[in-house]
Write a protein that binds this ligand. Sequence first.
Ligand code: F6R
Length: 243
Amino acid sequence: MKIIKVKDYAKMSEEACSIVVNKLHQLENPIFGLATGSTPEGLYECLIEEYKQKRASFKNATTFNLDEYVGLDKNDPNSYNHFMNEKLFNHVDISNEQTHLPNGAAEDLEKECSDYEALIREAGYIDLQILGIGTNGHIGFNEPGTSFSSRTQVIDLDESTRNVNARFFNSLDEVPTNAITMGIESIMESKEIVLLASGENKAEAIAHLIEGEVTEDFPASILQKHAHVTVIADEAALSKVKA
Ligand code: F6R
């Protein structure tokens, strides 16, 4: 696991941005795995700027997002679909057909999950997966206790996750109780993974990710077993790492 220590959120975002831009230049048809939440917003802003300055183009890229809330239509302002359109897709040269998120409003959710897996497989798997990390160690929405051999599935959101994410909703009651998420095994099939973390509230999680026991009780710990992971974290997020 490679650790890149940066000063702050802005530097974390720039560092991640340069890795994504390099992939856009290196690969003919790069496939990206993308995350939502507060952590990657700065990365997406930087990518939009790179596109505007004509230093990066997404016209040959494909994207797969990690997760989506169950029960929210893709146009719902709290859906991750909407988030991605607002924060990235609407501002760069990528068409709807090139971007993928699970459909949380699908009638048959099981089929939606297996179809999503099939799409990633048929595309040739993810070249670069961007991850954030939950304070409870979740990656995607794979909450503590999720099997390391899980594939894309419907999960129950932890109460702690619903509480943390309530900041995006009018009230806790509005936060969905379920989500579709790529599974741990699906994430581990990515050729390369970049995990981003900023702020003191991520320090415990980052310490466990880097130095803790590999256990299903802390899903992100499985990344210790992946051959090509880079953690880009700021000083505050790395403040509890001992070594
Ligand atoms: C989002 C996702 C989650 C977040 C995590 C951290 O697509 O998969 O695992 O990365 O909950 O969220 P933030 O960045 O808001 O702290």
